[in-house]
Design a protein around this ligand. Structure first.
Ligand SMILES: [Zn+2]
Length: 586
C-alpha cells in the first residue's frame, strides 16, 4: 500500500476512535473544547513548585495566551522556565481539542528520560490530568492518550518512527540539537491537518541555523521595558543595560534601575505570520535585580575567554547565536587556494603517474558530488575535477578516466549501490560512515565490509585546515555552488550538561561539495593506511593518525576536555533538569 493511502487509513482509524470517545463524553467534551490554554495550564501545577507564577516569569504570560497561531518560535536562554511550557502545550491540544500532537526531542533515549523526569510527574501530580490520562487508554513512553487526543513522543534521529505518525500539531524541543535533515519530514506530518500548528523552542547555536534562522524569519518579538525615570522604551541588552557597579539591570539612557517585570513583547516586523520570541536570561526580574547573585554570575560568564566559554555565554545566557570568525571557511580562503594553484583549469582526464584520490558525496542515486585530486607531494594536492554526476555508472567512468587509486564514497543513503561500486573496484573504493561520537580512533577500517569509519568533526577540521593552509589547490573554473557550500558548515564549540566541551559542525545550507572534500581527504588517509598495510609495517608504526591529515589539523583551542563529535545529541541541555526551572512556579 502506498504510504499516503496508509496514512489516510491511519487517520480514519484514529478519527473513528476519537468520535466514539467524543460521543461517550459529549457533555464534558463541549466544555473542555472551549477551554483556553491559559485556563487549562493554571490547572496543571509544576511538580514540587505549584501553580504557574507569572510574577516570576512575566514574559511567559503571552505564550499561554495564544489562540492557535500556526507557527511560534522561542529563541531562549537556559533556565527561564520555557521547556515546561512546551510540554503543557502538547498535552493541552491533545486533551482539549482531541488532536494528535507530535513532540520531538533530539534522541529517543533522551526523550524517554525526559518523559520519566518531566511528563509523567506532571501527570501524576495533577488531579485533573490523572483523570484525563486513564490507565485504560494507551500509555507508554512513546505515546500517551490524553483526554480526547494523543501525544506521540519521538526522537528526531528516528526517521522511520517519524514517518509513521500523522499529527495536527508538532512541538520541536531543543531545536538546534535535533537531527536537522529529518525536520522537513517531521513537518510534513502536520501538512495534512487543517490545524498544522508548529512550535520551535531552543537555545540558539550558530547564525543562520536552527532556532536562530527560524527567529530571523519571524516577527521578532523583543521584551521592551519603559524606564520610569526617562520614559525610554528599550530591550534589555547585556552590554548597554547591565550596570556592573550597582550590579543590576538599568536604563541605558538615565541609568535608573529598569523594572523588567513591567515589560511587553513588541514585534519588530508586526506584519509577519510567524511569531518569534527572543528570551535572554536578563528579562527574568529576579536576575535583573541580582537576587542571590544571579546577575553577578552572568557578568562572570561574560568575562571568561576560552572559545567555548564565549559561545556558552552568548548562547545560553544571552540567547544569541555566535560563531567566531575562524569557525568557518571564507570566500577569501577559497580564492587563496585558487591562487596557490597558479590559476589552472580543471582536467578532462588524467594520464600521469601521480597518486589520484576521489571523494563522492551521495545525496541520492541521481545526485552525486565528486572531487578528484592529484597528490603533488606529502600533504599537498590539487583538484583535477570537481563536479556533479547523475549516476553511479558515471562515477565508475570517472574512476577509469582519471586513473583513481583510492576512492571514498558516502555509505548512505544508497548503501547497496555504493557497495556495488566497492565490489567492482575492490581495494580502490571504500565506503565511509561517521562513527559514534567520542568512540574509538579518528579512523578505523573494516576490510571485509570495505568500510571506513571516521569521526565527523575531526574529518571536517582536517579538510578545512588543508584548504586554509593552501595545501588543497583549487581550479579557477569551480562549479556553481562550490564556494557557498564550502562556507556553509559552521563550527560550534559549547559545553553539555556535564560541563564537557562538545564540538560539532552545523550546516547552514547545502554542503554536498564540502562533504565530497571530506571524503577525498579520507581517500588520502585510506591510501596511507593501505600503503602501511601493504608494507606490513602497520603493527610497528606509531599510531597511524600521527602521520595523517587528521593529526596535522589538531586544533589546540579546546585541548583540555575536548570531546569531539555531534555529541550534543547526547544528554540533556543543563536547564532540563535544573532546580531553577522547577522552582519557577513556587
Ligand atoms: Zn531612563
Amino acid at each position: 500500500m502506498p504510504s499516503h493511502a496508509m496514512n489516510t487509513l491511519r487517520r480514519k482509524v484514529a478519527g473513528s476512535a476519537t468520535q466514539k470517545l467524543t460521543a461517550a463524553r459529549a457533555a464534558q467534551a463541549t466544555k473542555i473544547t472551549e477551554t483556553g490554554f491559559m485556563e487549562w495550564a493554571l490547572r496543571v501545577p509544576e511538580p514540587k513548585a505549584g501553580t504557574l507564577d507569572f510574577d516570576r516569569f512575566p514574559f511567559q504570560r503571552e505564550l499561554y495566551e495564544e489562540s492557535g497561531e500556526r507557527e511560534i518560535v522561542v529563541k531562549k536562554a537556559t533556565q527561564i522556565g520555557v521547556s515546561a511550557y512546551l510540554i503543557r502545550w502538547s498535552l493541552f491540544y491533545a486533551d482539549t481539542r482531541g488532536w494528535s500532537v507530535l513532540y520531538i526531542f533530539p534522541t529517543a533515549k533522551q526523550l524517554f528520560d525526559h518523559s520519566d523526569a518531566r511528563v509523567q510527574p506532571l501527570i501524576d501530580n495533577t488531579e485533573y490530568l490523572r483523570g484525563r490520562v486513564p490507565r485504560t487508554r494507551v500509555q507508554n513512553k512513546g505515546l500517551k492518550g490524553v483526554g480526547l487526543g494523543l501525544v506521540y513522543f519521538r526522537g528526531s534521529e528516528q526517521k522511520r518512527a517519524l514517518d509513521s505518525v500523522d499529527a495536527d500539531a508538532i512541538a520541536f524541543d531543543e531545536y538546534d540539537t535535533l537531527t536537522q535533515e529529518n525536520l522537513p519530514d517531521a513537518e510534513r506530518r502536520v501538512s495534512g491537518s487543517e490545524h498544522g500548528l508548529i512550535r520551535r523552542v531552543g537555545v540558539p547555536s550558530v547564525p543562520d541555523f536552527g532556532v536562530s534562522a527560524s527567529y530571523e524569519r519571524s516577527d521578532q518579538r523583543r521584551w521592551l521595558t519603559k524606564c520610569e525615570g526617562c520614559n525610554e522604551w528599550q530591550p534589555v541588552d547585556f552590554w548597554k543595560n547591565v550596570d556592573q557597579e550597582q550590579m543590576r539591570v538599568v536604563c541605558w539612557a538615565c541609568r535608573k534601575p529598569l523594572p523588567v517585570e513591567n515589560g511587553h513583547w513588541v514585534a519588530s516586523y508586526p506584519d509577519r505570520d510567524i511569531r518569534g520570541y527572543h528570551a535572554p536570561r536578563l528579562i527574568v526580574p529576579r536576575i535583573a535585580r541580582n537576587e542571590n547573585g544571579a546577575l553577578e554570575a552572568i557578568v562572570r560568564e561574560s568575562q571568561k575567554r576560552k572559545p567555548y566559554e564565549i559561545t556558552v555565554f552568548h548562547n545560553k545566557d544571552l540567547a544569541e547565536d555566535y560563531a567566531p570568525a575562524e569557525g568557518r571557511l571564507t570566500l577569501q580562503v577559497i580564492q587563496a587556494a585558487q591562487t596557490a594553484g597558479g590559476g589552472y583549469e580543471m582536467e578532462s582526464s588524467y594520464t600521469g603517474s601521480g597518486l589520484v584520490t576521489m571523494g563522492v558525496d551521495v545525496a541520492s542515486t541521481r545526485n552525486l558530488n565528486v572531487r578528484i585530486s592529484e597528490h603533488l607531494r606529502e600533504g599537498v594536492k590539487r583538484a583535477l575535477w570537481i563536479g556533479e554526476v547523475t549516476s553511479f555508472d558515471r562515477v565508475a567512468d570517472l574512476i577509469r578516466q582519471y586513473r583513481v587509486n583510492m576512492c571514498a564514497i558516502d555509505s548512505l543513503p544508497e548503501h547497496r549501490l555504493a557497495m556495488g561500486l566497492a565490489e567492482q573496484f575492490a581495494g580502490t573504493v571504500y565506503l565511509v560512515s561517521y562513527s559514534a561520537p567520542l568512540q574509538g580512533p579518528v579512523m578505523t577500517v573494516d576490510e571485509g565490509l570495505r568500510l571506513a569509519k571516521v569521526r565527523r568533526t575531526e574529518a571536517i577540521d582536517a579538510t578545512f585546515q588543508q584548504i586554509r593552509e593552501q595545501r588543497n589547490w583549487l581550479p579557477t573554473d569551480l562549479p556553481r555552488g562550490y564556494p557557498e557550500q564550502l562556507t556553509s558548515l559552521v563550527r560550534h564549540v559549547t559545553v553539555d550538561d556535564t560541563d564537557k566541551v562538545v564540538v560539532s559542525y552545523k550546516a547552514t545550507g547545502p554542503h554536498d561539495y564540502a562533504q565530497a572534500e571530506v571524503y577525498d581527504m579520507v581517500a588520502g588517509e585510506l591510501w596511507l593506511w593501505r600503503t602501511a598495510v601493504d608494507a606490513e609495517l602497520q603493527s610497528e608504526l606509531r599510531p597511524l593518525e600521527d602521520m595523517l591529515e587528521f593529526e596535522r589539523s589538531a586544533l589546540s583551542d579546546e585541548s583540555v576536555g575536548y570531546t569531539p563529535g555531534p555529541s550534543l545529541h547526547e544528554g540533556f541541555a543543563e536547564d532540563e533538569l535544573d532546580e531553577e526551572e522547577f522552582g519557577a512556579y513556587d
